[in-house]
Design a protein. Structure first.
Length: 276
């Protein structure tokens, strides 16, 4: 049976002035797999992720998600389709709590207007009962919307084992926990496709093990398709279903971890360097 790809990067090319970041890159990501993009520094990995998420727009080629051409869609229109991402450099609201950072990602599911959502509900107890009842009828949808979105966020906090830091400002958290909050914020978008740009960069061994466990749990328990950039080749070989290898913006190999580990061109350009 032929399975349609969830994501198809169709021969894209991206240049910055005279620098060719991505050259005629083509690959497909199947539903429900962990797909890794690896390669030396400057190979075009993050440029590829940025093209998929809409931060960059390739000069050539097209990008398809669930069969839809999203090449010209702005970033904010890709998230509601089911695409979420984390960043190589943490991008969080550092003065807000972990809980508030996750709630911020739920904006795409919030339908109530600013006025109805801004009411602080404790003031209702100071109003006459008849007026309170009329106000509750008008703004009841905003109340339930808040409850529903909060429920989703609290479940993610438990899933990522962040209950002990849920009310702490993100700027005060250790680096590994901030990475976890960013992952949680991406999950709050309820994506079908999760793009992870070096989620374990800068972590110690214990933090890497925790993050690898969370990635596998997201994949298995939430049935989320994952595209992963990671420099830890050993970890990629352990958790990825398929891998594409880039070098100077070009694809030099694609296949299962076993196939990649035996590819002479990949060994020469990248894996040999890792083992040195």
């Amino acid at each position: 049976m032929i399975i349609s790809p969830l994501l198809h990067v169709d021969h894209i090319s991206l240049s910055f002035g005279g620098i060719r970041a991505v050259q005629n890159l083509d690959f497909q990501v199947r539903p429900g797999e962990i797909f890794a993009i690896i390669g030396p520094n400057g190979a075009g990995k993050t440029s590829t992720i940025n093209s998929i998420s809409g931060f960059y727009r390739p000069q050539q080629g097209r990008i398809y998600f669930k069969g839809q051409d999203i090449s010209d869609l702005p970033t904010y229109k890709r998230a509601p389709l089911g695409i979420a991402r984390t960043f190589q450099n943490i991008a969080l609201y550092t003065n807000m709590t972990a809980l508030d950072n996750l709630m911020a990602a739920r904006y795409i599911y919030m339908k109530s207007g600013l006025f109805s959502g801004a009411i602080y509900w404790d003031i209702l107890k100071y109003l006459p009962q008849s007026l309170e009842e009329r106000i509750r009828k008008v703004w009841q949808p905003a109340i339930w919307e808040e409850v529903e979105n909060r429920h989703v966020v609290e479940e993610i906090i438990d899933f990522l084992e962040m209950a002990h830091v849920r009310k702490m400002p993100v700027g005060t958290l250790a680096y590994g926990l901030r990475k976890r909050v960013e992952l949680g914020r991406a999950l709050a978008l309820e994506p079908e496709l999760l793009l992870l740009d070096e989620p374990m960069a800068g972590m110690n061994v214990e933090e890497k093990e925790d993050m690898a466990r969370f990635i596998l749990d997201i994949h298995e328990q939430r049935n989320t398709t994952i595209v992963l950039i990671e420099h830890d080749v050993g970890l990629v070989m352990d958790i990825a279903d398929r891998i594409v290898v880039l070098d100077f913006g070009q694809k030099i190999g694609e296949g299962t971890p076993e196939e990649i580990s035996k590819d002479e061109r990949v060994i020469e350009a990248y894996l040999g360097e890792q083992g040195a």
